[in-house]
Design a protein around this ligand. Sequence first.
Ligand SMILES: [Zn+2]
Length: 78
Amino acid sequence: MSDTTPCIRCGKSRIIAKSWTEKISNSVITYTQTVCPDEECQKIVDSDLQKKKDKITAIQNKSLERRKAIKRVKKVKK
Ligand SMILES: [Zn+2]
């Protein structure tokens, strides 16, 4: 059984960086964290992931701001 997936950037087989088990209810779940064997590549993958997360957060913040802005406009008009 192989639970490693190829790197999304370079296609190299990812290596297990960390593996741990957690007991949830009556079952033990094994978690593995895989990284690219190429350290530089992994850094880029990580920063890409971070960028995506930042983008989602930015979009969420923007829609929040927009909602606030609408409220503000209503208040000004009244
Ligand atoms: Zn890679």
